[in-house]
Design a protein around this ligand. Structure first.
Ligand code: PLP
Length: 430
């Protein structure tokens, strides 16, 4: 069946708000390592990994074997029964989380993990007041949308939480533009204190924050920012929820979790994406007193399934045994320095930023304003040159480059050359 017919069928039966990349959308049908193939037989370097999810690469034999072996034994039982791989993975994640006396609850998506974190925080604190960060993205349920500071992804107003947004997000424009790291932290803390004393009535349950905003366009605050913010939260007993859905598992290179750049330990941490390498595996980690504070009982039909957790264990083992965090640090630095150097004079680029294998390139027009069309054009050019990358930013103008953590230096160089060539081509047309 040709692509046009597939697209027509897609549009007929799937929601119109389900975004598709490219004017001529593609279907990926196979993959190996960092490379994927589409249904027309074209090969691409995959530097978006299905939204930062293919963490160790496509078709990693260890992960595929674990999946195959478990599928042949038992696919499903539900949390009403003991599940050995779920217990083993929870033990491993509890140990890795850095949270003392940590317990883990598995879900099937980052959205559901954040919903659970917010539920725990509101029960533990007996409050539905929550702080979130401007420019954030935390999922697509009513609860997670209510803490999403990105109007394009938070289109309703019928939300169950009472949310106030602290400063964060872009450093190129808005109230934090042009500030030094120190000024940024001071400004953020002053604003938070003002919000607490002049804004919110009643106690506040938690702040939910991404250490580096993912969908928001790889915006990163100065290292230590959330440490200064948490000092204020601690004065009031307000919990800190670190949404590590994109920043977890060593993707930032220098740390295993994004929160570690801020010299804090969160009260609650949420994870998803990379741990399952594409399987529906996510969850929430919290100190036992918080995790166990939920009154009543609960179940999960699919969360922590034998299939997903078996694959998750194999995937995590592969990540740790091959020091993919170290690889993210080395290869990410190599890509970042070349992109920063070669794009320094580009009229199309406002900033190259990020950490490890989370690299954002902000595309701007001649007035330095967000240029979403330009970013889409770069995506199309990159695709035609054999590279898949992503897009983000509240304005949709930030390229997101985030290959699997197993990417080699050679593949990184090849992909970086394509990004540079794609930007050059779009700059020549703009
Ligand atoms: C930081 C962050 N939190 C939560 C989510 C929601 O995860 P999911 O799409 O698995 O529901 C995402 C998804 O992109 C995310 O980037």
């Amino acid at each position: 069946m040709d692509q046009e017919e597939m697209l027509a069928r897609h549009r007929r039966v799937l929601p119109k708000w389900l975004a598709l990349y490219y004017s001529d959308p593609i279907e990926l049908v196979s993959g190996h390592g960092c490379r994927v193939r589409d249904s027309a037989g074209r090969e691409y370097l995959d530097f978006f990994g299905g939204i930062l999810t293919t963490m160790t690469g496509h078709s990693v034999p260890e992960v595929v074997d674990a999946l195959r072996q478990q599928a042949a034994k038992l696919i499903h039982s539900s949390t009403l029964y003991l599940i050995t791989p779920m217990i083993e993975l929870a033990e491993e994640i509890s140990r890795l989380s850095g949270i003392p006396d940590a317990k883990v609850f598995f879900t099937t998506s980052g959205t559901e993990a954040n919903d659970t974190a917010l539920l725990l925080a509101s029960c533990f604190r007996n409050s539905n007041n929550v702080f979130a960060v401007r420019g954030s993205y935390h999922g697509r349920s009513l609860l997670s949308m209510s803490v999403t500071g990105n109007p394009g992804y938070s289109p309703s107003s019928f939300y169950p939480l009472n949310v106030s947004y602290i400063l964060g997000g872009s450093r190129l424009r808005g109230p934090l533009a042009g500030l030094s790291d120190e000024e940024y932290c001071t400004r953020g803390v002053e604003d938070l204190r003002d919000l607490i004393s002049n804004g919110v009535g009643g106690k506040v349950a938690a702040l939910i924050a991404e250490p580096i905003q993912g969908v928001g366009g790889f915006n990163l605050p100065p290292d230590g920012y959330f440490g200064t913010i948490k000092d204020v939260l601690d004065e009031y007993g307000i919990l800190f929820i670190s949404d590590e859905v994109q920043t977890g598992w060593g993707r930032t290179g220098e740390h295993f979790w994004g929160y570690q750049a801020h010299q804090i330990v969160p009260d609650i941490l949420t994870f998803a994406k990379g741990i399952g390498n594409g399987l529906a595996l996510a969850g929430v980690v919290a100190r036992a007193e918080i995790m166990d504070s939920l009154p009543g009982s609960s179940i999960s039909t699919f969360g922590g399934s034998p299939l997903a957790t078996s694959a998750g264990i194999a995937n995590l083992r592969y990540l740790l045994d091959n020091d993919l965090q170290g690889n993210a640090l080395r290869v990410g630095a190599r890509m970042m320095s070349r992109l920063q150097e070669e794009l320094a004079g580009s009229t199309l680029v406002g900033e190259v930023r990020g950490k490890g294998l989370m690299i954002g390139v902000e595309i701007v027009d001649s007035r330095q304003s967000p240029y979403a069309l330009g970013a889409s054009m770069v995506l199309e050019e990159a695709r035609s040159l054999g590279l898949l990358i992503g897009k983000g930013g509240v304005e949709g103008n930030v390229l997101r480059i985030s290959p699997p953590l197993s990417v080699t230096a050679g593949e990184a160089d090849e992909g970086t050359s394509i990004v540079l060539e794609a930007i050059r081509r779009v700059a020549a047309k703009s």
